[in-house]
Design a protein around this ligand. Sequence first.
Ligand code: CP
Ligand code: NVA
Length: 303
Amino acid sequence: MMLKTKDILTLGELTADEFDGLLKSTIKMKSENNIPQDRPLQNKTLAMIFQKPSTRTRVSFDVGMYQLGGYALSLSSSDMQLGRGESIEDTARTLSRYVDCIMARVYDHSSIQALAKHATIPVINGLSDSFHPCQTLADFTTILEHKGRLQDLRIAWVGDGNNVCNSLIYGAALSGASLSVATPQECQPISSAVRFAKDHTEIQLTENASEAARNADVIVTDTFKSIHDTDGTRISKLFPKYQVNDSLMSLAKSDAIFLHCLPATRSSEVTSSVIDGPRSVVWDEAENRLHSQKALLRQLLSD
Ligand code: CP
Ligand code: NVA
């Protein structure tokens, strides 16, 4: 199945069927072979632009392109003319003449929108201040692998209503999973994501972490201090009311799993007992970044 959209900026570009198809093809590719013999992206190139640091996104896209027979260039924005003030528009136009796809990790979400608008090739959001769609593809793949279904599952997000949370909301909407989002009042997710979800599934916003975690099948959190977050006082405000610890996990179903996109700060948003414990699936989740990116690249770039 080919995707109708040129770009993946939020996941809102996908239909529910396309989202489901991507997860299924991720699981199929993972089970079959890491290195498809037919090299589906032979001679295809991916430019990866980083305005921010990255381990998982950088390595999984790079290795994913290699395994599909293509080639990836890792570009730090500070080493590009972009870092000296060349416009995003001109960068998009130039790269469109050299490569087949752009993946970018940016600060303002408007930067990835501008890249997509002015590039004639697909643009993938590798994280903006507002969204992290590739993380959501891996997260829902991981949940599907461990739970065998997505519809009717109860997912709880506990912590900051950040980029990963905003994208998880799109994932819930596209999969039909119900989502309870527990954040402080001043750290709520983006209202456009919440509106999108309300049209498609059951979503609840609360300030009470216990309320969200109760009877959950899945508990998800992320750092209290995102890369773009310059206000260090937010951590002390959030912590410990939104920490995922044994006490919070005990409110969830006995077979509930724990997800975290990583990097994690143990003893801040999550205790070691949870993230390193038996209900944590964070290493499967990290691995699935590779498989889900390969499925996405294949669908966006195959001839
Ligand atoms: N989860 C994630 O996107 O990790 P990186 O910041 O290491 O890419
Ligand atoms: N919310 C985090 C996610 C890192 C993968 C950040 O933006 O820094």
